[in-house]
Write a protein that binds this ligand. Structure first.
Ligand code: BGP
Length: 488
């Protein structure tokens, strides 16, 4: 068998990815309004799980807001990127970043989501940030919505289940697409759009008391429908405003293995896999896949889909498909389901062939190659990995150094599999490692789960100098980018 050359294309976009709510801080500066994620931060850590998971009530959210005692670090102050972005971008430049993924906080632009006019201070902040990236030769990738819809839209309308939110989002999307048209070439509509099924409050602003008894699943799919329509409307606006720009969808990339070759386990894995594919099928193919009809029937779900929605979805396909990838999962027919493992916002079965991170996420580099192949075969559109990485505890040595060989090992193995996927024929345009600078964890809301090449001196209680320093992985990733993935 002849050897295959494994290499990255010359213009491959290497970089890092972040989200406004996990780095900026300054939650009450520059006219910013409160987002659903800011509420999570006001809840005592032990109570937070209740809100993170499915559906809190309006009362629980309001009580949390009213209780001054509950105001808890850390996302409210993030890593103070809002004030320190110049210093941080200088470090990204030193790393050799070609690209950097940020998200715009919707609440900096429309503090309550419903204003007619945008907040100029918010718009100006992102102008400066984008200019700074460009000045340093770094191409920005901008997510329109990353887990932080305006809280007002949640309390007033019950979040995305209400159709009015589509219009509010579209106004916001058009505002920023227009404002930054000369500055941004790559846009992403919704971060991990499939996460609404697991985390309806944080992803969709949904509240239990705003949904009719027994209709939670139907309401969640209705909200998902509205996000899909809103995503297509953002694609439409982007193409209209700047034909040079590209706009993609983004899913929590998950591969579901069958627990055994038992045909029903294999079918269970297919069913679970569709929780991811349903979203990208609509965004990349332009219509609801036929397999959803049976699911909706069996679960008594009747969606309110307007005829113009079908037209909007059909005519506004994404230019690329982007994904996060951290781990894989195992599916089994219900009667045999064995030991549970934990994951992002999913629970799943343990895979005896894989090791797990300190948080139980099952590490699976080969799964990334398989998943990339599955996505590419399905859509034949460029793929972009916009999140991947290892959340780990780091130890600072006496001399200040941080030897994070575990992180290097994780990333190296995933990058090797990306090369394999490219050789398989996958068109992969870029890779942005999650949290290139330590940031506040999404699932734990703490600092001690770190992903960065750059260490931030800040602990879970908010103590620390906020000073930045380089871990061993900093120099490693610099070499990876400098050699275009040759030196791993
Ligand atoms: C993804 C989210 C990110 C990020 C990442 C790591 O699901 O898009 O916002 O935080 O997971 O998760 P965590 O911070 O929980 O380790």
């Amino acid at each position: 068998m002849a050897n295959v050359t494994l290499k990255f294309p010359d213009n491959f976009l290497w970089g890092g990815a972040t989200a406004a709510n996990q780095i900026e801080g300054a939650f009450d500066e520059g006219g910013k309004g409160l987002s659903v994620d800011d509420v999570i931060e006001r809840i005592k850590p032990e109570d937070r799980k209740k809100l993170h998971l499915p559906f809190p009530t309006s009362k629980e959210v309001k009580d949390a807001l009213a209780d001054e005692e509950n105001r808890h670090f850390p996302k409210r102050y993030g890593i103070d990127f809002y004030h320190r972005y110049k210093e941080d971008i200088a470090l990204f430049k030193e790393l050799g970043f070609k690209t950097f993924r940020i998200s715009i906080a919707w609440t900096r632009i429309f503090p309550n989501g419903v204003e007619e006019e945008p907040n100029e201070a918010g718009l100006a902040y992102y102008d400066d940030l984008l200019d700074e990236l460009r000045k340093n030769g770094i191409e920005p990738i901008v997510t329109l919505s990353h887990y932080e819809m305006p809280l007002h839209l949640s309390l007033e309308y019950g979040g995305w289940k209400n159709r009015v939110v589509v219009d509010h989002f579209t106004r916001y999307a058009r505002t920023v697409l227009e404002r930054y048209k000369g500055k941004v070439k790559y846009w992403i509509t919704f971060n991990e759009i499939n996460s609404i099924l697991m985390s309806p409050f944080i992803s969709g602003g949904m509240l239990r008391d705003k949904v009719e008894e027994g209709k939670l699943l139907e309401a969640t799919f209705q909200a998902a429908h509205h996000q899909l329509v809103a995503s297509a409307k953002a694609v439409e606006a982007c193409h209209e405003i700047n034909p040079e720009a590209q706009i993609g969808c983004m899913v929590l990339g998950m591969i579901n293995y069958p627990d055994s070759p038992h045909p029903e386990d294999v079918h269970a894995a297919l069913t679970d896999q569709r929780k991811t594919f349903f979203f990208t099928d609509v965004q990349a193919r332009g219509h609801y896949p036929a397999y959803m009809n049976r699911f909706f029937k069996e679960h008594d779900i009747e969606l309110d889909i307007h005829p113009e929605d079908e037209h909007t979805l059909k005519n506004n396909l994404v230019d690329f498909v982007s994904l996060s990838y951290y781990m894989s999962t195992v599916s089994a027919r219900p009667e045999t389901a064995g030991e549970q493992a934990v994951g992002n916002i999913l629970t799943n079965l343990k895979n005896p062939y894989l090791e797990a991170s300190d948080w139980g996420w099952q590490i699976d580099p080969v799964g990334l190659r398989t998943l990339l192949n599955m996505f590419y075969e399905r859509y034949e559109k460029p793929l972009f990995i916009v999140e991947n990485g290892l959340g780990a505890f780091d130890k600072v040595e006496e001399d200040g150094s941080i030897h994070d060989d575990y992180r290097i090992d994780y990333l190296k193995k995933h990058i090797e599999q990306m090369k394999e996927a490219i050789a398989d024929g996958v068109e992969l345009i870029g890779y942005t490692a999650w949290g290139p600078i330590d940031l506040v964890s999404f699932s734990t809301s703490e600092m001690s789960k770190r992903y960065g090449f750059i260490y931030v001196d800040l602990d879970d209680e908010g103590n620390g100098t906020l000073n930045r320093s380089k871990k061993d992985s900093f120099y490693w990733y610099q070499r990876v980018i400098g050699s275009n993935g040759e030196e791993l």
